[in-house]
Design a protein around this ligand. Sequence first.
Ligand SMILES: Cc1ncc(COP(=O)(O)O)c(C=O)c1O
Length: 396
Amino acid sequence: MKSISKDIFKKYQAQTFPYPSLLEVEIAEGSYITDVYGKKYLDFIAGVSSCSIGHSNMNVINAVKDQIDKYSHVMVYGEYIQKPQYTLAKLLAENLPEKLSTTYFTNSGTEAIEGAVKLAKRINGRSEIISCKNSYHGSTHGSLSLMGNEQYKAQYRPLLPDCNQIIYNDIKSLEQISEKTSAVIIESIQGASGFIIASKDFLKKLNSICKKNKVLIIFDEIQTCFGRTGTLFGFEQTPIIPDIICIAKGMGGGMPIGAFISSWKNMNELTYNPKLGHITTFGGHPVNCAASKATLEFILEKKIITEIEKKEKLFRKHLQHKKIKTITGKGLMLSIDLYDDHHTYQLVDNCMSDGLLLFYFLFNKKSVRITPPLTISLSEIEMGCSIILKNLNKLN
Ligand SMILES: Cc1ncc(COP(=O)(O)O)c(C=O)c1O
């Protein structure tokens, strides 16, 4: 098999990162990616939490094929009745609390965030959106305005006005929330900062302050959905039932789709004055909705979630080493925290040479991400951990 020239890749395909790993993919199946040279990699990244039920899952493939044989794109979002969309929306509602009954499908996570923030403004007519320091909600201008890291924002200012930040897990900073605030957006496990879990006390206080001031709570479940942390959605492990949730990544089983979900009454705000409150051409693409429905059904029918805790425990049991400071996160959203930035890069590089894919965090240079497919087997976990331990031993 001939490799595509790295020079052609770098010249014609826009790059935003100076040191991509340049793995040239030939095929991906289950928990493995094989490159064009025939080298097989155990995948502990899963497309950054996206390939939740393994690569090339047959249920997803068949759903995609069945749908594409019938029709692909037919019309902009919401105009025609398309079975893959409404059946997925219904299945989501059946697996969510009553106040999260109505789904708007988008193309991506960041578009779901944009839609959710617009919706919040329509619901209560306020403009302030509060997010958390070190949060990541996407890369379009609205989502970027919410991002909790100035380094990635400074060059793109001016951004959205009235976006302010609180400190994640800092109860005192919740005092910033007021009756001027439209919504607080939060991740139940902060992704880009290295899988930090929101404390119950912090969330309880957040809930009560928001209730008191009639402020909406938006949960960014883009990385935690479907099942990654041991429940279908992350909020199920918190004291909060959000007013709006945003989902994407793992909901597509490897296909691109996102959604924001709220009550029917709230969503109705987008239908008048002005109508067409959020417009998307390809959002809720029928092929991707079919893939997402197959993904959710697979997770529910095969009871994938019941295995997550056992798999987390196995990771934690094996990943004990003097070079590891701690393991943070929940379920199959785990972070190995090291003492030294250089160790992070060495570990990821050396594990890749040994056939194991690990990845970094956007805002945390001392940690290494582990987000394998939820379908990973116990023996694959053991194999991957032994590669990690071997390479931790080599670090100086
Ligand atoms: C928590 C969170 N929110 C939002 C996004 C943005 O999603 P997308 O890349 O699909 O736009 C991501 C992507 O990594 C994410 O992890």
